[in-house]
Design a protein around this ligand. Structure first.
Ligand code: NAP
Length: 252
């Protein structure tokens, strides 16, 4: 298999991130398995094979992010693909609720601002912090790609439509964190338009993982496939898009 370069996937020790890492390794990348717990990252990397290496990376910890960037430069010398996949749907204080119950407890009128800040810290500011730290390496790559793993539940256009099935669950914590991530994605794409670095947001669909207590319908293989497709886009591929699959565009 031809070496395609180096890909970093955040939150790759389990779920969709682990599957994205597996798939990118199968496509010939050296894959860096970002994990806030290094041992969990090592276990995940071993399950992928020799092309995978664990990198300690907590996206809410500045020191961890800059140490990861330093290690990537020193040990691998390049970064071609960044998949911002790590996210949380709630904090441990409110975990274990159904999606509907969680939505009821986190309306604009009653949401805990601490809960909202904690989720946005990972899902929005964490992505931006990792972007800033990794951008110097990505700019040096011949054709870098950035994929932000978002969610259709963050689409303002969909939620503004009274017929949208998940509309009653739209709230300031997880759904709006993905709306903010979409805005940040578009800003990154605009910033990098002239460089050839493509930045896109993807929605995995409702996938059976820890984030929804395994209530999803899709397998992790199905959940990972759009992020992988967009990570592999050629020079004529789009930038600044929000997609579920090729030609399946989600309105912002
Ligand atoms: P998951 O199995 O819970 O995986 C989330 C990953 O993010 C875990 O590896 C977790 O690490 C990591 N993470 C959380 N906080 C972190 C931090 N501060 N620093 C670094 N890593 C952190 O959930 P998933 O479903 O695979 O989620 C992957 C992505 O898909 C997320 O962006 C999610 O919003 C998105 N998504 C999922 C669905 C779905 O139905 N599953 C639908 C739409 C979008 P730990 O193992 O240490 O907790």
């Amino acid at each position: 298999m031809q070496d395609k370069g180096v890909a970093l996937v955040t939150g790759a020790n389990q779920g969709i991130g682990l599957q994205i890492a597996k798939d990118l390794a199968a496509h010939g990348f050296t894959v860096l398995v970002g994990s806030r717990n290094f041992e969990n990252g090592e276990t995940a990397a071993k399950s992928i094979g020799a092309a995978a290496h664990a990198v300690q990376l907590d996206v809410t910890d500045k020191g961890s992010i800059s140490a990861a960037a330093d290690r990537i430069r020193k040990d691998f010398g390049r970064l071609d693909v960044l998949v911002n996949n790590a996210a949380i749907s709630n904090t441990s204080k409110l975990s274990g609720q159904s999606v509907e119950e969680y939505a009821r407890l986190t309306r604009p009128s009653n949401v805990s601002l601490d809960e909202m800040r904690a989720v946005w810290e990972t899902n929005v500011f964490g992505v931006l912090a990792v972007y800033q730290a990794m951008l110097p390496l990505l700019r040096e790559a011949p054709a870098a790609r950035i994929v932000n793993v978002s969610s259709g539940v963050g689409s303002l256009t969909q939620n503004a439509n009274p017929a949208y099935a998940y509309r009653s669950n739209f709230g300031p914590v997880y759904p709006a964190s993905k709306t903010a991530l979409n805005a940040v994605t578009l800003a990154m794409a605009i910033e990098l338009e002239a460089t050839g670095i493509k930045v896109n947001a993807v929605s995995p669909g409702f996938t059976k993982t820890n984030v929804n207590n395994y209530a999803g319908r899709e397998t992790v293989e199905e959940g990972a496939r759009e992020a992988v497709r967009v990570a592999l886009l050629g020079p004529d591929g789009p930038t600044g898009m929000f997609t579920r699959w090729e030609n399946e565009i989600i309105a912002w």
